[in-house]
Design a protein around this ligand. Structure first.
Ligand code: C2E
Ligand code: CA
Ligand code: CA
Length: 398
């Protein structure tokens, strides 16, 4: 579809390239056609030629408070919905927004910096008119009819003889839409959370993963699979028993399931959460702390939680080649995790150099595009039991 004929067109007005790129990624993923203006002349031209339906206006541009932009829009009698990005405590932003309304413009929302990506996506979703925007009702129906399915990303584990072998996977949700597109979780997990659908989504993922593990068991592939669990579900005291029953029904051992929860759980845990986690561990269900290195959990908090795996966030792994301090941090996390009795997994391993560095740290597992992208079950099957050398040979990776 041509950008101008696409129904939802977003014009980002921002002169900081990094910020504009991030905003562009978020809105493209939602289905917007996107253009960026970093000065008033480009803005004038795009306002006319691109005819945006939504405008994201940053008020902290060099030498500009946004008024000039609003005047252009008022003169054109623009019907675009305007989202203003402003600085906290900044009265000028508020006044600018008021001025927009007085000029007859559609001031849709004012978001304060630092911008919450969650809030921004919510506002952008509200303003979409495309033929099939992502709504709670559609997501709910999709979960019910099984259109939200797991893809599986392989992880390699270091074996006794030092080779790395595929024996574990992470299940990642994919929304298969009727129009043939596949939506990534960053675009619907928050929607599910906001609309009370995350419990149902997770149950559906757990059932499909248990079913798949059962099938693999029957074929003689004893795979372990990780499922991402939202922190809110960890207060459900019945979860451990329910999971045990589910796994038993499919002929799957408890230790074939790993539940991944983010570091946030460690920081915001309650007694009830610890109770549920401990019972899961007592049943031998694996518990991994996800995205480690992005939050600020204390070592003491980490020590008190019954995790048996720690996953180092990809934001650290990505920078390991360019930054010596980051390499030191990764080495320290590996030692720390292992000393606390956990296995450690590096996420987001994309290059052979990163793989070699991680191997040298003594890390137990690696996951990332170098090893394999998330794929449907049938494709993953072919990778089970393969070593890094096999993968190198078949896919010609370095
Ligand atoms: P996550 O749990 O940290 O999952 C890893 C994400 O990193 C996945 O994105 C995966 O495709 C991506 N990834 C893996 N290797 C690489 C790499 O080498 N390079 C790069 N650039 N990316 C890599 P995905 O599938 O888009 O999932 C995004 C997030 O959505 C997940 O992050 C997880 O937090 C959430 N999510 C996915 N499925 C579920 C689910 O069933 N339930 C819940 N609550 N959250 C889910
Ligand atoms: Ca995860
Ligand atoms: Ca992660």
């Amino acid at each position: 579809m041509n950008e101008v004929t696409k129904i939802d067109r977003l014009l980002i007005v921002d002169d900081e390239k990094n910020v504009a790129d991030t905003l562009r990624n978020i809105s493209c993923n939602l289905g917007y056609a996107v253009k960026v203006a970093d000065n008033i002349a480009t803005f004038r031209k795009l306002e006319r030629d691109f005819d945006p339906t939504v405008i994201l206006l940053d008020l902290q541009m060099h030498g500009n408070d946004g008024v000039e932009y609003l005047k252009v829009l008022a003169k054109q009698k623009s019907s675009a919905s305007i989202i203003v990005l402003s600085d906290t405590e900044n009265r000028t932003s508020w006044t600018t927004s008021q001025l927009g309304s007085v000029l007859g413009l559609q001031m849709a929302a004012m978001l304060q910096k630092p911008i919450s990506i969650h809030a921004l996506r919510r506002e952008l979703r509200k303003l979409m008119h495309g033929s099939t925007p992502l709504t709670a009702a559609r997501l709910s129906a999709a979960i019910k009819v099984g259109q939200v399915r797991p893809h599986f990303q392989p992880k390699v584990t270091r074996s006794q003889n030092g080779s790395w072998q595929v024996g574990e996977v992470e299940a990642l949700a994919r929304w298969y839409r009727s129009d043939g597109s596949i939506v990534l979780p960053d675009n619907f997990i928050e929607l599910a959370e906001d609309s009370g659908l995350l419990g149902g989504l997770t149950d559906s993922m757990l059932q499909q993963v248990a079913d798949q593990l059962g099938r693999w068991n029957k074929q003689g592939h004893r795979v372990r699979a990780a499922v991402n669990l939202s922190p809110t579900l960890l207060t459900d005291r019945k979860l451990p028993d329910r999971l045990e029953r589910l796994l038993g029904k499919h002929g799957v051992e408890n230790n074939q399931l790993i539940l991944e929860v983010t570091e946030q759980v460690v920081i915001e845990h309650t007694q009830a959460t610890i109770g549920v986690l401990s019972r899961l561990r007592a049943k031998n269900i694996g518990l991994a702390i996800d995205d480690f290195g992005t939050g600020y959990s204390s070592l003491e908090q980490l020590y008190r939680m019954p995790f048996d795996e720690l996953k180092i966030d990809h934001s650290l792994i990505r920078r390991c080649q360019s930054n010596k301090d980051i390499r030191t941090i990764i080495e320290a996390i590996v030692i720390l995790g292992q000393k606390l009795g956990m296995t450690v997994c590096a996420e987001g391993v994309e290059t052979a150099d990163a793989f070699e560095f991680i191997s040298g740290t003594g890390c137990d597992k690696q996951q990332g595009y170098l090893i394999g992208k998330p794929v449907p079950a049938a494709e993953l099957e072919m990778l089970i039991g393969q070593t890094m050398s096999d993968l190198r040979a078949t896919r010609a990776i370095a």
